[in-house]
Design a protein around this ligand. Structure first.
Ligand code: PLP
Length: 423
């Protein structure tokens, strides 16, 4: 396919072919797993020339791509995967990692230095929260945080009150928040970054963890984000069989991210890359089905007598004011993550979870099979108890990740388990 035709196509039409040249692999219709650590140079001059570009000693010539050197620097499977991932978010470039956490921590280490201030939204994924609050301070990095519902002026005041406003370097947000589905305004976060960029020595960047909506349902770069991050373990991988991560953004910023990745050595391996290439072929059909199912399930839960409250973007209305406006601005669907409070406490919640038959009792999300868990004692057990309460992560909350099963069967399973909670 020529590149002009490719530009006219939707991402899902390109996931089987984009960036792969069969003639370079014996005509194989699928990209093989390039299970190799190193690549043979045609001659010493070529090796020298590849290294000059890889280490930034010279700029590539017009149309020159980075030559294949060593799989910590680049590998054909990863390059094809990265090119395909850019299509969904409309990004210039992408870097793939061996986990979501390695993508996130590499970005934090690349864009922060001792003395800098990092501004985060709260709550964050537990692993990100741990790294930011327990590990970054060891390197002299300060952290300020804001919560859902705080407006631009409140957040500016929080940054100023930290005493490090002049060193604000990065804003890091996660939206929708896990597990409450609370939304943070991406374009407003960008305005805050710009507000401080104008007075600070260096530009303040905005990074968004978009794992919860995946590459289909929310495009943070279009709302002003500089970097978008994924745990590719979730929707992108989508089959609960691989751990991986990704970071997308402009060529200039991803060059920095890939530079640090080379030296931390936390790139994904060829086998992981190949699994993700395979997963991307069905990303659209999987996620369409998950979003469709989630709407049906949320409607069912909202009407069940043993359910007290449902946390789902699709349930937001005009009455929810700002949250509803943010959803309409930046979310393309309601997503497929549903949290709900059942009537009762831990005992009832556990009885519900232990009664499930089709839905698996497991953490993680975005996979083909539906998964349910208890945030208060599992994914969010490490969150400070008072904060947990403030965020409504209580004993009665269940988090459900909607899979691709027939929605009637998922609802059947939820219903029979809900009927058992007060037996
Ligand atoms: C799972 C997850 C991560 C961490 O990703 P891993 O692939 O498990 O390292 C980060 N952010 C969010 C929102 C997640 O759900």
């Amino acid at each position: 396919m020529d590149s002009e035709t490719a530009k006219k196509m939707k991402p899902e039409s390109l996931m089987m072919s984009y960036g792969y040249k069969p003639e370079l692999s014996e005509g194989a219709v699928k990209c093989p797993i390039f299970q190799t650590s190193t690549f043979v140079f045609k001659n010493a001059e070529e090796g020298k020339s590849f290294f000059e570009v890889a280490y930034g000693l010279r700029n590539p010539h017009e149309g020159e791509e980075l030559g294949l050197i060593y799989s910590r620097i680049n590998n054909p499977v990863l390059e094809i995967l990265e090119n395909r991932l850019t299509l969904w978010d409309g990004a210039e470039d992408c870097a793939v990692f061996e986990s979501g956490m390695s993508a996130i921590t590499t970005v934090l280490l690349e864009f922060l230095k001792p003395g800098d201030l990092l501004l985060i939204s709260s709550p964050l994924y537990g692993g990100s929260d741990h790294f930011i609050k327990k590990i970054l301070p060891k390197f002299g990095i300060h952290v300020a945080e804001f919560k859902v519902g705080q407006c631009k002026d409140d957040v500016i005041k929080i940054v100023e009150a930290s005493g490090h406003a002049a060193n604000l370097a990065l804003i890091y947000i996660e939206t929708p928040a896990n597990p409450t589905n609370d939304l943070i305004d991406i374009s407003c976060s960008k305005e805050i970054a710009e507000y401080f960029s104008s007075s600070n020595k260096n530009e303040v960047y905005l990074a968004v963890d978009n794992t919860y909506m995946g590459p289909l349902w929310q495009h943070p770069l279009k709302h002003g984000a500089d970097l978008v991050l994924y745990s590719a373990t979730k929707y992108i991988g989508g089959h609960s069989d691989v751990i991986a991560g990704a970071c997308l953004g402009s060529k200039v910023l991803i060059k920095r991210v890939k530079g640090l990745r080379t030296f931390l050595g936390n790139m994904a391996g060829p086998n992981t890359g190949w699994l993700l290439l395979r997963s991307l072929e069905t990303l659209k059909v999987r996620m369409d089905t998950q979003a469709f199912n989630a709407n049906k399930i949320a409607a069912f839960l909202s009407g069940h007598r043993n359910v007290e409250k449902v946390y789902f973007p699709g349930n937001l209305t005009e009455k929810d004011g700002e949250q509803f406006a943010i959803k309409n601005k930046q979310c393309l669907t309601n997503g497929a993550m549903i949290s709900f409070d059942i009537k009762g406490g831990e005992k009832e919640a556990f009885r519900f979870l232990n009664s499930l038959q089709l839905i698996k009792l497991a953490v993680s999300l975005g996979s083909t099979e539906s998964l349910a868990e208890h945030p208060a004692t599992m994914t969010h057990v490490d969150v400070d108890a008072a904060l947990r309460k403030e965020l409504s992560i209580t004993e009665k909350m269940i988090r459900l990740s909607t899979g691709v099963e027939n929605y009637e069967d998922i609802i059947f399973d939820l219903n029979q388990a809900l009927e058992k909670i007060n037996l």
